[in-house]
Ligand binder design. Structure first.
Ligand code: ES4
Ligand code: ZN
Length: 325
């Protein structure tokens, strides 16, 4: 069985990570104090006591209000910098990090403060051996118009953003709601990915839509693609990566999806392991590799393939990718 030390030592890319989900309780308290915001808790233990997640709804109800403590460009810098240091300690060499601008602009924080703070941290991570990029995520429970406005607001910062994604609550917010926004994003030169994560009958249809109508370059979660062997063959043929988040899955769907990960890995799909919201679910990326390896009984060789997949499914330039494979 691969140990935590073994998986930590493997060079890897992290491709499914929400920067707002890396807000650790101590930083949350420090930013609340600095910005004069009452979050209702004053110790790390009190903050942790609010983290009782049984599904996506109970998670998002804690997750979004906590973002109030993020106000200035420096706050966003500190958040991303703290994550990137932890990622480096987990063996991450390359990170493609999601951020949710609408969660901040809706509170009056300028788009520019968010993207500049995060980008400054991404650039500074080169000093400790991590190259990092940003993926702008739209909140799918907001309107397509709001997503379109956010996309246009990103244009002056286009060179600081690698791609766009779609997160938040999938129920009632199918991918086709954002077909036009994603077509425009592709025109602007962005790479495309979308969360396909609901664990209920019918989610396979969303996977089909993101592949065939939206034509994404990657799928976030998406492990229930195993229900449809023809779609599995299609992602394999097109070289599309899937980003699974075992520890997060075990909270929001009560199932780590270890069986699905093992099957897709053995089928030769570019399946990858990631941490999603590590400060909330209590596991950085190495913990996620160790958890899924233990649950699925993966060999060390299979875990090495997962780490290689993370570079193959990444949007890193070809030269840097080759250096890791
Ligand atoms: C998320 Cl676990 C999860 N699901 C959907 N959207 C999200 N944003 C951050 N974490
Ligand atoms: Zn996610």
């Amino acid at each position: 069985q691969p140990t935590l030390d073994f998986v930590t030592g493997l060079p890897k890319a992290e491709l499914h990570l929400h920067l707002e989900g890396t807000l650790e309780p101590d930083l949350k308290l420090r930013l609340a104090e600095r910005n004069g915001i009452d979050i209702g808790q004053s110790t790390v233990e009190e903050v942790q006591a609010t983290y009782r997640f049984t599904d996506l709804t109970s998670f998002l109800a804690v997750y979004y209000p906590a973002m109030d403590v993020l106000q200035t460009e420096d706050d966003f810098f500190e958040l991303a910098h703290a994550y990137l240091l932890r990622a480096a300690a987990n063996g991450v060499k390359h990170a493609e990090m999601f951020f949710d601008p609408q969660a901040h602009t809706a509170r009056g924080v300028p788009f520019e403060a968010v993207v500049k703070g995060y980008h400054r941290a991404a650039a500074a991570a080169a000093d400790f051996g991590v190259d990092a990029d940003l993926i702008l995520c739209f909140l799918r429970d907001l309107s397509a118009e709001s997503a379109a406005e956010t996309l246009e607001a990103s244009v002056p910062f286009k060179d600081l953003i690698l791609g766009v994604g779609l997160d938040s609550d999938e129920r009632g917010n199918p991918p086709e709601k954002f077909t036009a926004v994603f077509a425009r994003a592709r025109e602007l030169g962005y790479r495309l990915t979308m969360h396909c994560d609901i664990d209920q009958v019918g989610s396979i249809d969303n996977i089909r839509t993101v592949l065939e109508t939206i034509e994404v370059d990657r799928i976030d979660h998406g492990t229930n693609i195993v229900e449809d062997p023809a779609l599995v063959a299609e992602v394999k043929a097109r070289g599309i990566g899937l980003t699974s988040c075992p520890v997060s899955n075990s909270f929001v769907t009560d199932d780590m999806k270890a069986v699905e990960v093992a099957q897709l890995l053995r089928d030769g799909v570019k399946i990858t392991i990631n941490s999603d919201d590590p400060a909330y679910f209590g596991g950085y990326v190495a913990d996620n590799y160790a958890a899924v390896a233990a649950k699925a009984g993966l060999t060390s060789e299979e875990v090495v393939t997962l780490a290689k997949n993370s570079f193959e499914a990444s949007w890193i330039d070809a030269e840097r990718r080759a250096a890791y494979l």
